[in-house]
Structures are given as structure tokens and as C-alpha cells.
Design a protein around this ligand. Sequence first.
Ligand code: NAI
Ligand code: MG
Length: 503
Amino acid sequence: MLDRPHPTPAAPSADPFALAKALSGVHFIGGVYVPARSGRTFAVVNPATGAEVARAAEGDAADVEAAVQNAAKAQKDWAKVPARKRGAMVHQCAQLLKEHVDELGRLIALETGKALRTESRVEAGVVADVFEFFGGLGSELKGESVPFDPKVLSVTVREPLGVVGAIIPWNVPMLLMALKVAPALVAGNSVVVKSAEEAPLAVLRICEIMNRILPPGVFNMVSGFGPECGAPLVTHPLVRKVTFTGSVETGKIVARAAAEKLIPVTLELGGKSPMIVFADCDFDRTVAGALTSMRFTRQGQSCTAASRIYVERPIFDRFVAAMTDAVNGMVMGDPLDEKTDIGTIVSEGQLAKVKAYIAEGTATPGATAHVCSAMPTDPALRKGLFIQPVIFTGLTRDSRLVREEIFGPVTVIQPFDDAEAVLAEANDSDYGLAASLWTNNLKVGLDLAHRLEAGLVQINQNLVVQANLSYGGVKSSGLGKEASLEAMLEHFTHKKTIMVNMA
Ligand code: NAI
Ligand code: MG
């Protein structure tokens, strides 16, 4: 334990650089900031400049042990708090988080490179909304009575699972954390979150803010690398549930480890989401929808990004031109600048991966790369991990760019002539997270919506997480749902049957 209170301000901070420094070098365990047992730390870098802005505690099995022990101890009493009271406390956390929306937006912009106005502040607002939503669901943790025999009272009750391990990625760290922590806590579990190595600060700040209201040990957070810090969380015997968002590859590792212990696991593993545009769509609205669907403002670093766009041939050229124009109008720059639409890629490794896909697409015979927007000119940003968005045409279904998740500002637009053929192409994917259809013919739209292999299909819109809409994919996109009442009941409780023989 630190021998002095850690100097983070209680009031919202307008200076993300000072806040990042104040959050340096610590986990949050048992209601207090603690450094890693090993004393090791690693750099947190501002991807817009390449400068180190903080150090993060480099957690390993010893830190995970401390966090899980604290969580297990706290969970016993937390489960005894009436469900509605637990919800009320989580709701109170949401009110406090609302006061910190601007602060959290700036902090996440600093560590991830996501633009403040278009992405980071928005994420912080949705986080507060998610905690508020689940905070209202305490009294929904109810069971049933079973008509067994008039002399036998047979009822089911919802019980928490115990300690939940939550492993989160860097693209929307605060929101993806909230989708796990909020339902887990309201259902009476305690939580240990393992933050993403690229973005540990904003989630740490949220943990500290919420610990002003929650009992100590109910919500803990450790930072560190996957194999050293994430893996021991999954294998810890007292962790009774794991919820994970990230890559398919790591998701399988996590699921295997969970299978060894026979504990339930929820996986959200990304996608290659198709957007299907018919010639009868509302054209301008659809172009605007494509921009948001593709998450260009998040540099395409989104699991639901519309990274495959299929456009009916009569409007194909017009659509590509309109989309290229629109992306050209987006401003790339300092993520903390309110004028910026598009910030940076999160890390050098991720940038190299995206560049390799773009090089492969560009070198493919018949392909055209429409390179959009303009690199920032500010010399302070010359080491920033910026990349121009690219719209590809002339690629086909066998290209890796059409099949694999790029997680960068790259989309492929292909023409189609026939609804059945485009449906077959859309479903010809390992993934099945989301899809959208753009048409004014709802007969065609609904028919395809039923036959698309995806967890979420939208017609004439493409919103992402909405509180109380079940969210989660099929096929390699994952297992289980998040964000809804059903998700809380199914994934963070078990149903116990109790029978009383009164004969
Ligand atoms: P990743 O899946 O390796 O990392 C996600 C989280 O898992 C991080 O907190 C990481 O530390 C942890 N982790 C890594 N190895 C682990 C292990 N053996 N046991 C337990 N936890 C472990 O994702 P990464 O490397 O950051 O990104 C690679 C690709 O994954 C991206 O390019 C993208 O395609 C995809 N991805 C998908 C996301 C989604 O929202 N579904 C989010 C982030 C990445
Ligand atoms: Mg990885």
C-alpha cells in the first residue's frame, strides 16, 4: 500500500496531462491505490506525439492474487446488500461519473488518440448512461415460482456468481469495462478488471471515482500485459466467471483456460460487419450512415465497423464518390483539439498492422485505393500515429481485406446486382457481429435481416451500443450478450431452485 494518499484530485480535472501523472504506477485494490508488488511499471504513451504521459503498474500473478482475495472477501457482504440498494449505489456512481464526463473524455483522448469531440467525450457520456441503466435494474433480479404441487413451494432465486474477472481492450476501454462491471456489480458479484496495456488510465480513474461510493474491494483494477496479468486472472481459483472483449485469438486462449476450470465465459471478439446499400435508399442519409458505421472518427478501431460495404450497381460510382468526398472533409489532428474529427491509431504495432493491409490492398491487381483526408501539418504531431483513411474498390471476396478484421480506417466497397448474391457474400465470413441494410423496401430489408448471420442487424441506421439492446455476435464474433437486462441475468447470475415440502 502507498504510505500516503495518492494525489489524484477529487474534483474533475481539466488537465489530462496532470491527471495522467497523478494516476501513474498504481493498481486499485481493496479500495486503495497500490503499486505493483514487483515495483515494475511500463510506459503509457500519447499516440499523437509519441511522448510518455504516465507509467502504469505492471501487474503479475502476485497483484492478481491480492486483487482477487480482496474481491472475494468483499463479495460476501456485497451479496447481502439488498439488490435494489446495490443498484442505487451503482446509480449514484453514474451521477458522479456524469460530473467527470469531460475529464474522462480528455484522459481517454490522451492515452488512445481518439478525438475528444467525435469519440472520447461521447464514450464517457455513454459510460455514465450504462451505469445509470443497470443501476435501475436491481429489483429485476427476481426468480420464479414453479407450479409443482400445492403442498410443495418451489421457487427459483437469482444468485451472484462470486468474483468476476473482466478483461478489456483499448479501443473503447471505458465503455467495454462499464458493460461488464455495471451488470456484474448490480447482480451482487465483485469484480477485478484487467485493463488494456495501451489504455489503463481512464478506467483506473473510473474505478477510483466509483470506490468513493462502493464498499472497498467490490470493484478492483489491475494493469499489465496479457500473459503475465490477464492469464492469472482467468486461472485464479476464486474467479468464477470471466468476461472478455478483444481478439479472436486471445478469446480462444481465455475460453480454453475457463473450460479447464468449468466456469462460464462471455466473449466479444470483433467482426467484419457488412453494410448493404440498395439503389432505392435515401442516398444522403446512407452516405452519412456509412461514415458513422465505418467509425472513421475512431480510425476504424471498432468491432462493429462497416468494413465491407456492398452497393447496388446503379448507384455504386455515385456512392463511392460521395463517400470519398465526405471522408476528405474530415479533419485529422490533435485528438484534444475540438476541431479534430479523426485522431490517431492507438499504438505502433497496430499502425504497422493497418499499413500492411493497405499495402496489400494497393498492390492487388485491379484494386483502387481512394486515400482520403489529409495528414496533420502541426510539427508537434509529426511523431503521431496518424494514418489517412482508405476506401478500396476493385477488391473481391478472396482478398484478406474483405475477410479479416483490420481494425483501422479501411473499408472495401463492392458493387452487387442481386439481393440473394449479396446475402451470400455478406454471410461468407468467419464473423457475425453486426450488419446493416439501407433500403426503403422494407419487405426486402426484413427478409434479409432475418437471414443475415449476425447478432445485430439494423435497417436504415447503424448505432452501436444502446443500453438494453442485447449486444453480441455469432460465429467467431463471440459468445453471449452484453448491455441488456437479459445479459445481466444470464451472464452474471445463476438460478438456484429451492423447494419446501409443507405436507
Ligand atoms: P488482445 O485480444 O490480445 O487484447 C485484449 C485484452 O486481452 C488485453 O487486455 C490483453 O492484455 C488481454 N490478453 C492478451 N493475452 C491474454 C492472455 N493470454 N490471457 C488473458 N488476457 C490476455 O487484442 P490486441 O492484441 O490488443 O489487438 C489485436 C487485434 O484484436 C486488433 O487488431 C483487433 O483486430 C482485435 N481487437 C478486437 C477488439 C474488439 O472490440 N472485439 C478490441 C481490441 C482488439
Ligand atoms: Mg494481443
